[in-house]
Design a protein around this ligand. Sequence first.
Ligand SMILES: [Zn+2]
Ligand SMILES: [Zn+2]
Length: 253
Amino acid sequence: MRFAYLGSGSRGNAAVIATGKVCVLLDCGLPLVEVDERLARLGLSADDLAAILVTHEHGDHIGGVARLAKRNRIPVWLTAGTLAAWKSAPREFVRTISPHRAFELGDLEVLPYPVPHDAREPCQYVFGDGSRRIGVLTDAGSVTAHMRQVLSGLDALLLEFNHDRELLLRGPYPASLKNRVAGGKGHLSNAQAAELLAAIDCSRLQHLVLTHLSETNNTPEHALEAASAALGAAPEWLVCAHQDAGLDWREVH
Ligand SMILES: [Zn+2]
Ligand SMILES: [Zn+2]
């Protein structure tokens, strides 16, 4: 299996997950022209995408989904709650899922799981091909026991390191937004993400990608330092996904 990011952060998220046979897009919060350009830089075109999987209805995750789905006739998978909260969903292409039930897209196993976030029915995903598993967690304000269980023993983890608590508190956001981001249904801080890493089995990890970094309330240095401390080392497979540059293909062996 392999994965890459078109972009990661509050100005637009999109990741690509691929087996030898199936290639899917996870979220699409980027304008179509950017999607095409960034897919091309990974050697892909929109016609290569078998599905778009959506985590929740916030604009940085769905901003480009409807146009892309309609233009290239790509099925969009999401929870019933996300669909209900998304007024302009491309209904003819939508397939609803339970955030508790695994399903398959060709040889790609998809396991959705629910997360606490201020959206209607948000979920995140673990992807597998029968022997390797890639887990994704962004947009969660806190970590549940179920999340720790689902994210243990993965081969690759794409994990939100949204903000440094101190930078957020001292930063320019209004108090209401600070409270939202730091709240139990907001976003994971560096410390919360590091705490999760320390609590799960990371012994198989080949890749840890720090994602959804705030450009206002975090820096790659702060995030990498927190992750390294949690792992007890700074392995070369520890990287940040960038808002504009995304992340080039990473192979999971
Ligand atoms: Zn987001
Ligand atoms: Zn969100």
